[in-house]
Design a protein around this ligand. Structure first.
Ligand SMILES: Nc1nc2c(c(=O)[nH]1)N=C([C@H](O)[C@@H](O)CO)CN2
Length: 119
């Protein structure tokens, strides 16, 4: 299956379990791979036939920047559901990185893969 991807989307938000994290905003990085048959837009050369990565990026920026979750797991799950339900995507793999959260690590975070119809 073809994919549409978004790589290194940086969004600042309030996230974390510690008191000091509830008082600041931290940058998160999002990498997404979304299943999509790209043959139709390739044939028509029409943006209306695409899975529009700009629209998805804008929606995630709006949602994430207003969110206040404690865990990266919760935020990743909500973002995956938005992509599946609002954009009609059949399958999404989403990596959420929290850079600088652990001394000595470039980044930590989670990867989730979800499909429409999953429980
Ligand atoms: N699996 C997780 N582990 C940890 C999380 C998390 O969201 N998921 N969060 C933290 C802290 O908020 C940390 O990022 C602060 O450095 C610790 N472990």
């Amino acid at each position: 299956m073809d994919k549409v991807f978004i790589e290194g989307l940086e969004i600042e938000t309030l996230i974390g379990i510690y008191d000091w994290e509830r008082r600041i905003r931290q940058p998160l990085l999002f990498d997404l791979e979304m299943a999509f048959d790209n043959r139709k837009p390739a044939a028509t050369d029409d943006i209306a036939d695409t899975l529009n990565y700009k629209d998805i990026s804008k929606r995630l920026i709006d949602f994430v920047s207003k969110s206040e979750y404690q865990l990266v797991e919760t935020l990743a799950e909500r973002c995956a559901q938005i992509v599946l339900e609002e954009f009609g995507v059949a399958n999404v793999r989403l990596k959420l990185s929290k850079p600088g959260a652990v001394r000595g690590a470039k980044a930590v975070g989670v990867v989730v893969e979800r499909s429409r119809g999953d429980a």
